[in-house]
Ligand binder design. Structure first.
Ligand code: ATP
Length: 221
């Protein structure tokens, strides 16, 4: 059976999650207190209901505990976001992902039992900052405070050189997870595999090592 999701709060973030999940063919229950927003999702989500998620009985009557994953995308109203999350935890929802407004909000959400907390604006800010700093950095994913995965465009400095020749693991302690060349993706490339100008490489490593490697081997041309 396909996974069933519920999204509470249909602001920009909640809307985008609801649309993406629906497009992927999942069953999505979209919930908002605002009737106008709910109406916009009538033909997108599997069900769209007007409800105040801070009301315990409302959540119960929607059978919220039967959903595989509930996303709380109530943004500005931190009190409602916390109260809703608490109720979902109390009702035993298996996976609860909540959008946090700030670090204090995140701390409280984790303390009361949210399984995952996301900060879309902050995370996107970090990703875009990396892209602005170097145009060879296409994307950036923070794994922890110290480690990241980056997508880099190979330039002339590495053109025609094999991974063993570049020795990224020994010199920068970075590992190449994949090389993309047009439509072709080489996952877990071999040491003898060669990089060409324009290839996209996906690398995992410590932030300071990645930065050093970027500066030395992938400078802006
Ligand atoms: P975004 O940046 O994603 O637009 P936001 O931070 O501006 O989000 P808000 O507009 O504050 O988010 O809230 C998102 C939605 O949550 C709104 O449509 C609002 O009506 C809805 N909402 C707020 N409180 C509740 C609640 N108690 N129950 C259900 N929906 C709620």
């Amino acid at each position: 059976m396909k996974k069933q999701f519920a999204v509470i709060g249909l602001g920009r973030f909640g809307s985008s999650i609801t649309k993406a999940l629906s497009r992927e063919g999942f069953e999505v229950l979209a919930i908002d207190v605002n009737e106008e927003k709910v109406n916009q999702f009538a033909s997108i989500a599997t069900h769209a209901v007007v409800a105040d998620a801070t009301e315990e009985n409302t959540l119960k009557s929607l059978g919220i505990r039967n959903f595989d994953h509930v996303v709380v995308a109530i943004g500005d109203n931190i009190q409602s976001s916390i109260l809703t999350t608490l109720m979902l935890v109390e009702q035993g929802v298996n996976h609860i992902t909540v959008k946090a407004q700030n670090d204090y909000h995140e701390k409280v959400l984790l303390k009361i039992g949210a399984h995952k907390v996301v900060h879309p604006e902050r995370d996107m800010g970090i990703r875009i900052a990396h892209n602005i700093v170097s145009k060879n950095v296409l994307d950036y994913l923070e794994l922890s405070d110290e480690y990241s995965i980056v997508e880099l465009v190979a330039g002339m400095k590495v053109d025609g050189r094999s991974l063993i020749d570049l020795d990224l693991r020994a010199i920068y302690e970075c590992n190449v997870m994949a090389i993309k060349r047009g439509e072709e993706v080489n996952v877990s490339p071999a040491p003898k595999d060669i990089l060409y100008d324009g290839d996209i490489i996906i690398v995992i490593g410590a932030d300071e090592d990645i930065t050093r490697m970027e500066e030395e081997l992938f400078p802006d041309s």
